[in-house]
Structure formats: structure tokens, C-alpha cells
Design a protein around this ligand. Structure first.
Ligand code: UDX
Length: 438
């Protein structure tokens, strides 16, 4: 197997390093963050990702996975170098690639033998070409390397499973030598019959953005259908179920909610719009989805005000801060739009999330954080369920009813049944099935 270096130990880099080691490769995980590397070297992991600790421990123990801050020696000792550094949105929404350029320049300076540089991070179309030009320049014109695009399709909260059992592996490069090496890296998946797509770099870069943007548009579409259902009395769950019976649509990603968040969909849709603009064309569909998604997040406050018009001085309990369950990530979480709007209306907040409160405190240190759902609900005039954590799926509704000063329950994730909630005496609003109780 190949000696592999993975630069960046965030949820993409660490999952990739552990996963590649699990395929039998010898992998060195690198990060500039000494604290992250210290945690990893002491047997911990610096991020919350279900199942990741076990895979890291298994491979560290087997001697296939090590961690270091010494990027130069890690690259010098590797044939394959994955760049899995952050590419966050810049000022105008375009991807900020500074970290990628630093890794590429460091790669160029350590070209002691033929090596493959792999962009694992989500990067705009054309980055592969620019990476090649940068390495050529920084290495004094050395040709002993190839650049490959190998986008990730990991979902936070299920990233380990998504890496070890992917729907497909996409590898973009026209170099036969690089493609042969990549097939060796992913040999364990190929022998299991996992679909393996070899294409050119630009197509591989587009596949990533197109896939994420399509999913974001799909979610936004069902959210708009939910808004229609709430007006005309439809049930969006039943609409989605029947839609999904069409094999061309599929039932996946048709769950209406408060809008998509996370570290990918918001970033990748904005970046894709910028890529269209830079190439002189518009992406009306994706632009519209971005706008509709922001309105969907703001619409959560309108749902509350539809049953409680005056929020000044009212106490509102928020259940869930993460952008989705099974992650501590709150990047672009809908709660980051909803909470400031509620505060602007003069509401007092009591918030709880099983895992993400630490992360949320970075941007919202002043909130009243509670230790569990019932403490957050206690004494509130209304409750808004924002993230469908499992523990919120089986609340003791009698206890909730007794703890609330008024029985207002906004269920943005359609966890509870409108009829049942009405029978239990709640003033209940959800997303696309509110009038089903009437
Ligand atoms: C996404 C893509 O799924 C993944 O392939 C890519 O590599 C990274 O971005 P992630 O952002 O981790 O993964 O989470 P995902 O499970 O896709 O959910 C994204 C957002 O969409 C969340 O806010 C979620 O609540 C929302 N969502 C998802 C819905 O509102 N409805 C759905 O039906 C599905």
C-alpha cells in the first residue's frame, strides 16, 4: 500500500486519514494546530463525529495511522498527499483557498520524488489547474508530480460510514500514472465493487458542487411545498412520500424543515453561484434556492408569531442548536438566524442542545444555556424544536405541557403528529402539516 499524508485533521481530513488507514494504507495525519495533534497523539479526537474514535484507535493501534505537525517530513515520506484543509466562504461567497495554496506550496518544496497531490477539500472548478501551476512555479518547474481532484461526499454525523461505504469514489485526473496510484489507494473499495468514477479534474470538481447544490435545491423545493401545504391544508409528509415513490425523485432529502445549514450546503451553493458568475453566466436555480432558504429560516419566527403575535417579554425555549442531529457543528445553523430575530422581538431565550452548546457559545455567549430539554422548557411561554435529536423525539408531553406557561409548540422538523398534539392541548405549529389537525 502507499504511504499517504493527509493535511488537515478536521472532519474531512481526520475521517479520510482514518478511513484510508482502514483500507490498509500507511497514513500520516498532519495539522498546523498543535493542540489538535496533541489530542490525537494522546488517543483522543478533537471533533465530535460518531464512530470516528474507534476507527482512529483501531488504526493507530495497528501502526497504520500516526499524527504530526511536521508537514515537511510527512510529505517527504509520502507518495500521496491529500489536502483536506478548510475552504470557507470568502467575503463575496467565493471559496477562500488560502489554506490550499499553502499546502500546495509546501508540497512543491518537498518534492523529493514523484508524488500525487490530491484536492480532497471542496474547491471551485479550475482549482486543480491553478494548483498545478502553483506547484510547477514553487518547485522550479519540476514535473515529478500530478494533481488529482478526489472530492468528498461525507455527511457530518455519518461521515465514517459515508467514507467506508461510499455511493461512489470520484477521481479527476488525466494522468494514467496518478490514476493507477489512486486505484491502489482505494483498492479495498474497488474490490468490494464500489462504483469508481475516473474523469478529468474539472468534471470531478463540478460533480461535488453539482451534487451538493442539487441536494440543497431539493430540500428547498420541499420546504416551499410545505409552506403551500400549510396554507391549503395539505400534509407535506404524505406529499413527499408519494413524490418519493417515483424512482426518479426518490424519497431522500424530502424532509421539510427550518432550512438547510451546515458547513457544506450554504458554502457550496454560494461558491457555485460565484463560479457561474466568474464564467459569465447566471445560476438562477441555485441563487433562488439560497434566497428561499434564508426566508425559510426567518419563517420559523413567523410560525411562532402566527400563534403568539407579541413576543416582547415572552420566554421562548429552543430545543436544538446544531444544524442537524449527531453533530456539534452549528455553522450556518438555522438557529443562528432564528435566535437574533426572537431577541429583536424582545423575547427571552432558554436554549438546550445535547452536544452543540459549546460550539454555539462562541457566537452566542450570552444566551441562557440549560442542562436538558425540560430545564429549557420550564417556565417558557413557547417551545421551538429546531434540531431533530433523538432525545427530542420522545419528550414526556404531559411534563412539557405542565412546564410551559402557555402550550405553544413549534415543531420545525415535523417530529410530532398535529392531531395528537392538538388532543394533548398544545397550540401546535409545524412545517407543512399544521392544518392537518383541524
Ligand atoms: C452535506 C452533503 O449531504 C454531503 O454529501 C456533503 O459531502 C457535505 O454536505 P451535511 O451538510 O453534513 O452533508 O449534512 P446533510 O445531512 O446533507 O444535511 C444538510 C442540511 O440539510 C442540514 O441542515 C439538514 O437539516 C438539512 N436537511 C437534510 C433537510 O432540511 N431536509 C432533508 O431532507 C435533508
Amino acid at each position: 500500500m502507499k504511504k499517504i499524508c493527509v493535511v488537515g485533521t478536521g472532519y474531512v481530513g481526520l475521517v479520510t486519514a482514518a478511513g484510508l488507514a482502514d483500507f490498509g494504507n500507511s497514513v500520516i495525519g498532519v495539522d498546523i494546530d498543535k493542540e489538535k495533534i496533541r489530542i490525537l497523539q494522546e488517543g483522543g479526537i478533537p471533533i465530535y463525529e460518531p464512530g470516528l474514535l474507534e476507527v482512529v484507535e483501531r488504526n493507530v493501534k495497528a501502526g497504520r495511522l500516526t499524527f504530526t505537525t511536521d508537514i515537511d517530513s510527512a510529505i517527504q515520506n509520502s507518495r500521496v498527499v491529500f489536502s483536506a484543509v478548510g475552504t470557507p466562504p470568502g467575503e463575496g461567497g467565493e471559496a477562500d483557498l488560502r489554506a490550499v495554496w499553502i499546502v500546495a506550496a509546501t508540497f512543491a518544496k518537498n518534492l523529493n520524488d514523484y508524488k500525487v497531490f490530491i484536492n480532497k477539500s471542496t474547491v471551485p472548478v479550475g482549482t486543480g489547474k491553478k494548483t498545478r501551476e502553483l506547484i510547477l512555479k514553487e518547485s522550479g518547474g519540476s514535473e515529478t508530480f500530478d494533481v488529482v481532484s478526489n472530492p468528498e461526499f461525507l455527511r457530518e454525523g455519518s461521515a465514517v460510514g459515508d467514507f467506508l461505504n461510499p455511493d461512489r469514489v470520484v477521481v479527476g485526473s488525466r494522468s494514467k500514472k496518478a490514476q493507477t496510484i489512486m486505484k491502489d489507494v482505494y483498492h479495498a473499495l474497488i474490490t468490494r465493487g464500489v462504483p469508481y468514477v475516473e474523469t478529468n479534474i474539472e468534471s470531478a470538481e463540478i460533480i461535488k458542487y453539482a451534487s451538493n447544490a442539487f441536494l440543497a435545491v431539493k430540500i428547498t423545493f420541499i420546504n416551499e411545498i410545505a409552506n403551500l401545504c400549510d396554507i391549503v391544508g395539505g400534509d407535506v409528509n404524505e406529499v413527499a412520500k408519494a413524490m418519493g415513490m417515483d424512482g426518479r425523485i426518490s424519497p431522500k432529502f424530502l424532509h421539510a424543515g427550518p432550512g438547510f445549514g451546515g458547513s457544506c450546503f450554504p458554502k457550496d451553493t454560494m461558491a457555485l453561484v460565484e463560479i457561474f458568475k466568474e464564467n459569465g453566466i447566471k445560476s438562477r436555480v441555485v441563487e433562488a434556492a439560497i434566497e428561499a432558504n434564508e426566508l425559510q429560516k426567518q419563517g420559523v419566527v413567523s410560525k411562532l408569531k402566527s400563534v403568539m403575535p407579541e413576543l416582547k417579554g415572552k420566554t421562548v425555549a429552543i430545543l436544538g442548536l446544531a444544524f442537524k442531529p449527531n453533530t456539534d457543528d452549528t455553522r450556518f445553523s438555522p438557529t443562528k438566524v432564528v435566535i437574533p430575530l426572537l431577541e429583536k422581538e424582545g423575547a427571552e431565550l432558554q436554549v438546550y442542545d445535547p452536544v452543540a452548546m459549546q460550539d454555539f457559545k462562541r457566537d452566542f455567549p450570552h444566551l441562557n444555556y440549560k442542562n436538558n430539554a425540560y430545564e429549557a422548557i420550564d417556565g417558557a411561554d413557547a417551545l421551538i424544536l429546531m434540531t431533530e435529536w433523538n432525545e427530542f423525539r420522545s419528550l414526556d408531553l404531559k411534563r412539557v405541557r405542565s412546564l410551559l406557561k402557555s402550550p405553544v409548540f413549534i415543531d420545525t422538523r415535523n417530529i410530532y403528529d398535529p392531531r395528537d398534539m392538538k388532543e394533548k392541548g398544545f397550540i401546535f405549529v409545524c412545517t407543512g402539516r399544521t392544518r392537518c389537525a383541524l
